[in-house]
Design a protein around this ligand. Structure first.
Ligand SMILES: NC(=O)c1ccc[n+]([C@@H]2O[C@H](COP(=O)([O-])OP(=O)(O)OC[C@H]3O[C@@H](n4cnc5c(N)ncnc54)[C@H](O)[C@@H]3O)[C@@H](O)[C@H]2O)c1
Length: 255
């Protein structure tokens, strides 16, 4: 019960499709360890579904709808958490396939807005709350795409996730004196509805899963729970001396 009495905001805590996503699993994992969780998502129904899963297990959570690419909405979402905010877990993300030459300016801007600017706006709103209470922890969900090429080009996604990692390290350095830690999870190929819905909607799901697992030295795709367990560790006092870290959760993919 590492989060008993703690307030956690999971940004992008819904799921884009049926099944278990990274944000949904993280929200459940924090709640299972005693947190009161504010599940924020652009899609209210998606946040409410996560809240219902937490409530069914006897946990505490509320849903809040916000498009976190909007500064006012991001500030309102943080305010909705209440007087305390112990953990900001930022899971929001989207992607568009294509190299620089194939990426339309509006797609580039949208990916940057969702993956990077929304993280900046949400963290910007959370920092004063955490400073005032004497500390807090942030966890940002990046991707191996931030550090290496994958099977297909993904220029906007790769650039936005790399910048997200550096922004988190900037927060870690600037806010350490206020007791605020910021860390980054770098997931590899994780088996979530995001993959079949956004990344490769036209692929045969069985063949896609086999091909993704074949990339991984440990021989399987990651599960959203692998990401969630790493996040709860980094956000907890067990990681009290860890800040600015980029933690691969990738089964050895980047070795
Ligand atoms: N699945 C993988 O293989 C993999 C690998 C590496 C990294 N990731 C990262 O994991 C995260 C996705 O995990 P997931 O499975 O929970 O995905 P998901 O798409 O199911 O969940 C993301 C949630 O964010 C919400 N969202 C999108 N834009 C938003 C906005 N502007 N404001 C508020 N909410 C918004 C969506 O509605 C959705 O419910 C992303 O950051 C992604 O880049 C995934």
């Amino acid at each position: 019960m590492r989060f008993a009495g703690r307030r956690v905001l999971v940004a992008g805590g819904g799921s884009i499709g049926p099944g278990m996503g990274n944000g949904k699993a993280a929200a459940l994992a924090y709640a299972r360890e005693g947190a009161s969780v504010l599940v924020v998502d652009r899609v209210l129904a998606a946040a409410e579904e996560t809240v219902a899963l937490i409530a069914a297990e006897g946990g505490a959570a509320e849903a809040h709808a916000a498009d976190l690419t909007d500064a006012e909405a991001a500030a309102d979402a943080v305010a909705a958490a209440g007087a305390r905010l112990d953990v900001l877990h930022f899971n929001v993300g989207t992607s568009v396939r294509g190299g620089v030459a194939e990426t339309a300016p509006e797609d580039w801007a949208r990916v940057m807005d969702v993956n990077l600017t929304a993280a900046y706006l949400t963290a910007r709103a959370a920092i004063p709350v955490m400073r005032a209470q004497g500390g807090g922890a942030m966890v940002f969900i990046s991707s191996v795409a931030a550090v290496r090429a994958g099977p297909y080009a993904y220029a906007a996604y790769e650039a936005s996730k790399a910048a997200l990692g550096r922004m988190a390290q900037s927060i870690a350095a600037a806010e350490a004196a206020h007791g605020i830690r910021a860390n980054v999870i770098v997931p590899g190929v994780i088996d979530t509805p995001h993959v079949t819905t956004v990344v490769a909607p036209d692929a045969d799901p069985v063949e896609l899963a086999r091909a993704r697992a074949a990339l991984v030295p440990l021989g399987r795709q990651g599960s959203p729970w692998d990401v969630a367990q790493a996040a709860t560790f980094l956000a907890s006092d067990d990681a009290a001396y860890i800040t600015g870290a980029l933690l691969p959760v990738d089964g050895g993919l980047t070795l």
